[in-house]
Design a protein around this ligand. Structure first.
Ligand code: SAH
Length: 251
């Protein structure tokens, strides 16, 4: 990405005084071209990322187009905006992270979300994964325990007019019983074992994707499918997530 050249101070007529107005116009133009350059760079990086996702076997066109139409730069801190389409987790407030785009794509594709589904996400964080799920389902409930993240994510959903998302502040390990059962549940923080409330709130025939493991080094992603009172668990590969923190009251 190129940085804008330092604006030069335009001098008027005989060169006596610097006139502020032309300089403002000049800086506005420079700023506009700077923003346009960033937008071009991001667009090119987004295309590279989408090509990488295809190589990683993300073939579901609904998932790819949800990722294409979701501006990840709107979900990261201003200081990381130019890195929004790198395939990396990035820091967000409250010492949490926005997940790697490839992990978001893999989990979303594995969950096989359909347009009529009622979906629950645990760990709203930046709101990026929620925005993608919301484009694939009828209604998404998402729960975050940190008030700051909850407020910022809610404002983002509003700005991006993602009207089928309801964000809750609280302990996601308890799920959100008022809207249960859910056809799909996605947990984006690592639990030691599957929270019982989430298993109970999963619809018959429903699926839940959840990272399990006590230590970051030995976490594994699992798909849990409910068949009546039976829960079938399959491993999907190793992952690294921040921990699911259970608590009595939200921060
Ligand atoms: N899905 C997020 C990833 C955020 S990281 C995104 O796309 O950005 C995981 C998030 O889970 C963090 O924000 C963390 O605060 C939250 N979390 C951890 N334990 C939780 C709990 N018990 N209930 C709700 N949220 C929780």
């Amino acid at each position: 990405m190129c940085l804008p050249p330092t604006p030069t101070l335009p001098l008027k007529g005989g060169g006596g005084f610097a006139v502020p107005r032309p300089m403002t116009q000049h800086s506005d133009t420079l700023l506009a071209s700077y923003h346009a350059a960033i937008a071009n760079d991001l667009a090119a990086e987004k295309i590279r990322l989408l090509m990488k996702l295809r190589k990683l076997n993300i073939t579901d066109t609904r998932v790819l187009s949800a990722m294409e139409s979701t501006p990840r730069e709107a979900f990261v801190e201003a200081a990381f905006r130019d890195r929004a389409y790198e395939d990396n987790a990035l820091p967000i407030a409250a010492e949490q992270t926005i997940s790697m785009p490839s992990v978001v794509a893999i989990m979303t594709q594995a969950l096989d979300v359909q347009p009529r589904h009622m979906v629950l996400e645990i760990g709203t964080g930046s709101g990026y994964q929620a925005a993608i799920l919301a484009k694939l389902c009828r209604r998404l409930h998402t729960i975050e325990r940190h008030r700051e993240l909850y407020e910022v994510a809610t404002a983002r959903f509003d700005t991006l007019k993602l009207r089928n998302i309801t964000c809750h502040l609280g302990d996601g390990a308890k799920g959100w019983a008022h809207a249960a059962p859910y056809s799909r549940i996605m947990v984006t923080c690592a639990a030691i074992e599957e929270p019982t409330a989430l298993l109970e709130q999963l619809a018959d025939g429903g699926k839940m994707v959840i990272p399990l493991g006590e230590h970051v080094a030995d976490q594994e992603l699992f798909m849990i499918t409910r068949k009546g009172s039976e829960f079938i668990t399959e491993p999907l590969g190793s992952v690294r997530f921040v921990p699911l923190v259970e608590e009595k009251s939200a921060k």
